[in-house]
Write a protein that binds this ligand. Structure first.
Ligand code: DQA
Length: 140
């Protein structure tokens, strides 16, 4: 059974009430529950933090034993050399995801410290971006 983890960065704990025109009305846990049921053959975990160092600690903790990391580093995507370096340091492949199409938004969201070291990038499909990332790990 593949062992995957979704790691969510800052403010993604507010999904469902945060800028719902961009991020939708579903809470992450509502979405996560349906996804866990949809993929019974995947050992799927979820971790969220608003704190950069906690995200790095989690990436280091899982990054040598899990089959895949699905990472939405949220705003840290655009600023965090530390998270970028953590991805370089580990052996577990990382798929970068975003709910919104960051390229159709402000210019500061076009820069990513995650992408250069990610296995792939999925963005702009709403919460379905996470599911597409899971599918990519199942079929690889
Ligand atoms: C986001 C896009 C980021 O630019 C933003 O800071 C987020 C969410 C997304 O999933 O669309 O918090 O990563």
């Amino acid at each position: 059974m593949k062992k995957l983890i979704i790691i969510n960065g800052p403010n993604l704990n507010l999904l469902g009430k945060r800028e719902t025109n961009i991020y939708g009305n579903l809470t992450f846990m509502e979405f996560f529950d349906t996804v866990v049921k949809k993929y019974p053959n995947v050992a799927l975990e979820h971790f969220q933090s608003n704190i950069e160092g906690e995200l790095i600690d989690k990436i280091q903790e899982v990054g040598f034993s899990y089959d895949g990391i699905i990472l939405n580093a949220a705003a840290y995507t655009h600023t965090s050399i530390g998270i970028g370096d953590a991805i370089k340091a580990i052996t577990t492949p990382v798929v970068e995801v975003h709910i919104s199409n960051t390229f159709s938004r402000e210019e500061f969201r076009h820069q990513s410290y995650i992408s250069p070291n990610a296995k792939g990038v999925i963005l702009g499909f709403g919460l379905q971006s996470y599911e597409l990332a899971i599918e990519s790990f199942i079929s690889s």
